[in-house]
Write a protein that binds this ligand. Sequence first.
Ligand SMILES: Nc1ncnc2c1ncn2[C@@H]1O[C@H](COP(=O)(O)OP(=O)(O)OP(=O)(O)O)[C@@H](O)[C@H]1O
Ligand SMILES: [Mg+2]
Length: 375
Amino acid sequence: MDFKYILEARDVTYSYEKKEGSPKSLSEVSLGIRPGIRTVILGANGAGKSTLFYHFNGVFRPKSGEVLYRGIPLCYDKEVLYQLREDISVVVQNPDEQIFSSTVEEDVAFGPMNQNLHPSIVEGRIADSLFKVGMEDYRYRPTTQLSFGQKKRVAIAGALAMEPKVLILDEPTAGLDPQMSQEVMEMVDRLCLGGTTVVISTHDVDLAYAWADEIHVLRHGRLIFSGVPEDFFSDKESVALSGLALPHTFSVNRSLEGIRGLPEAPYPRTNSQLLAKLSPPEARFGRIMIRGIGDGTPVPEDDGLTRGIYGFRTRRMFRDNGCRADIYFNAVEGCCLSAMQGRDTVLFCDEELVDVIAGRIRSVSEFGRIPEVVL
Ligand SMILES: Nc1ncnc2c1ncn2[C@@H]1O[C@H](COP(=O)(O)OP(=O)(O)OP(=O)(O)O)[C@@H](O)[C@H]1O
Ligand SMILES: [Mg+2]
């Protein structure tokens, strides 16, 4: 079947109370999530983000309007919903609502066990997903003994273990420390590159601006914007009325127009894009060498260059072999910045990502000069 949106809300209205005329948490919300597009639902506290997400996996049923998956309206029959949730995983905002089992292992195993997978596949899924969220050492711990952020990571691991087609994360970085926030965002990024559609809700405007291809903004339960982030943030009044603020990079870019006379467009979303825009023609850049890590790749020798790592397999290889790395998190961006500071830099990444990552770095040239990329 042909469909434009993998998930769609059409005129969705919802109220938590049954009484006629009670306040609406969502009012006639219509939006579509395109497959493979990095989507953020942005909104201040109480805007309706979580309420909308509960509609996407059929936990809530709209009072009016409808929700469609792959172009077909959801059916609220128990069996059908069960199948739907194999395709669409929602990680709710509060992990205590999601974690029911007594140990971490049991909790992560719950989804794949119910998919009737072979025990060896379930085992692989548990180990992989715990590794991806950095919780492999906690596998046998009671879930009650975890901190908030650890519970959140286990909840995400539980969703990953299902290998869903659409992963919906409600405030995935809220309550996580800065490194873990970056790791979670890298994991999400890695999943997108692998073809999973990821939707995130947040009120973190910097995160939304740097990460999203498309944003949908909610305000008091109404959708007030759908489109590319810079179009929304250019409208100061809407941003203020929505209880949000301008992203840091967006503001810096705007001031540059005043200080340097640089046109606002194209809008840099990351530091490397911003630096490319600012770098003078005589700036001496280093090169970025991209090296793919596959299952049989020998452990790379240390040549003393600055090294970044990206991807699950690469991360695991570096950890298991005690290899040196200088840039552990957000390494595609970090390696770009390192080369822009004149250092030859090696970016190790999962083999199958070499071309997309090279493409991503080269696309920074839209903003100005970039370091040479060597494959
Ligand atoms: N269980 C509930 N009963 C009644 N009203 C609720 C309930 N949960 C949420 N609401 C109301 O619905 C509206 C939307 O809430 P929702 O939790 O969807 O917002 P949100 O955008 O996720 O906010 P936050 O950023 O704080 O997580 C709010 O006005 C809230 O007070
Ligand atoms: Mg919420």
